[in-house]
Design a protein around this ligand. Structure first.
Ligand SMILES: *Cc1c(COP(=O)(O)O)cnc(C)c1O
Length: 243
């Protein structure tokens, strides 16, 4: 297991490096987040000991169960799954960033809890750029108004936008949903809602890492290419089921 994870990590870093070269981007502008849903804490530890520092979990339960092993390691944990309001309190114990902010009621409740604790948290706004029923996220045309609205919550530090692109065997089908996230960000800049260069794009997974980097991704979230298949069948991209 250890050898596999280490050699997979090397391959993923090579892919990132090549994709950056191809699109004339700096490798330092693209972070690697390990998507660790269903991955045992001991396997995550192998990747961390190999130098990784950023992981993303989809479920509060998994954050909690793996905390015993992971809390002593020097890593940052993001929450990248659909977040139910009643799980906020627990998620805030472990995560320093919520990448799946997708509704005002969630922003309100996060703000309420954070105020109580005198803390703040990083957030990415999740956008459903593929318009698929199976995914959470704001619709593209709702994003600018949403960002304006959540700026009033001082406890939420807006870091960027996140999307799960449309996955397909054909490149031409995957590209539009990645490009759209960049276009939405540029529109936010053009309207003066956020300062240029402030917003990061979290997009790109095992299948579409190269395309995402070509479209401007600043954070790729990789699971399968590092830890192997999750054996959850082809419904994995139904976020409702993943929940
Ligand atoms: C599982 C997951 C990923 C990683 O997907 P892989 O195809 O395994 O690389 C990325 N982002 C989110 C939100 C995920 O749930």
């Amino acid at each position: 297991m250890k050898d596999m994870i280490i050699s997979n990590l090397k391959q993923v870093h090579d892919r990132i490096q090549n994709a950056c070269k191809q699109s004339g981007r700096n490798q330092s502008d693209v972070q690697l987040l390990l998507a660790t849903k269903t991955v045992p804490a001991e396997n995550i530890r192998i990747a961390i000991e190999a130098g990784e520092t950023l992981i993303g979990e989809n479920k509060m339960q998994e954050l909690r169960d793996k905390d015993l092993v992971l809390k002593s390691l020097n890593i940052e944990r993001h929450f990248i799954g659909h977040l139910q309001t009643n799980k906020i309190k627990d998620v805030l114990k472990y995560a320093t960033c919520i990448q799946s902010l997708d509704r005002i009621s969630l922003a309100q409740e996060l703000d309420r809890q954070l105020q109580k604790q005198g803390k703040n948290i990083d957030v990415f706004v999740q956008v459903n750029t593929s318009y698929e029923e199976s995914k959470f996220g704001l619709l593209p045309n709702e994003v600018t108004a949403f960002i304006k609205e959540i700026k009033k919550y001082d406890t939420l530090k807006i870091k960027g936008l996140m999307t799960i692109g449309l996955l397909d065997v054909q490149k031409e089908k995957m590209q539009p949903s990645l490009r759209l996230l960049r276009e939405i960000r540029d529109e936010i800049y053009a309207e003066g809602i956020e300062d240029q260069h402030k917003l990061l794009l979290s997009m790109g997974m095992s299948q579409d890492l190269e395309l995402a980097i070509a479209e401007g991704s600043n954070m790729v979230r990789i699971g399968t290419s590092i830890f192997g298949n999750r054996f959850l069948g082809k419904e994995i991209w139904n976020e409702n089921i993943a929940e």
